[in-house]
Design a protein around this ligand. Sequence first.
Ligand SMILES: [Cu+2]
Length: 138
Amino acid sequence: MASHHFTLRRLVIAGAALMLGCALGGGIAFAAGSGATSQPPSIQLGDDFFQPKRLTVLVGTKVTWTWTGNDTHNVTVVSGPQKFRSVDQSSGTYSRVMSKPGVYRIVCTLHPGMNLTLTVRKPKAQSTPTTAASPPSS
Ligand SMILES: [Cu+2]
C-alpha cells in the first residue's frame, strides 16, 4: 500500500517537471521569434551592424553585447540617460545593467552607420513578466 502511494507521488512529480520544461521551452522560443518587448536582452555585434538594431528592455535588465564578427567594434552611447562605452574589441562580450529608463542611442564609433536604439522602460503597474502577447494597441 505504501509503495502504491510512493509510485503515484513520483509520477506526479515527474509530470510536473515535464510540464515545467515544456512551458520554459515554449516561452524561450516565443520570445526569440517575436518582436515584442520580451526579447532576451542580447545584442550581437556583427561586421558593421548591431543585431537587433532596436531593443526594448525593462529597467534593471542586464543587457549583454556579444561580438560575433571578425572586425573590431565598440559599444558607445552617444545620447541617453546614462553614457557608457565598451573598449574596442573583436571578440568577447560586454554587459551592462540598464538602471535608468529612456532611449539610448548607441553606435560603434569605428563604423559610421553602425547603430542601435536601446529603449529602457519602467514596468507597467499591472503587468506580469510573462511572454504572453501584448494586446493590440489601437
Ligand atoms: Cu564597428
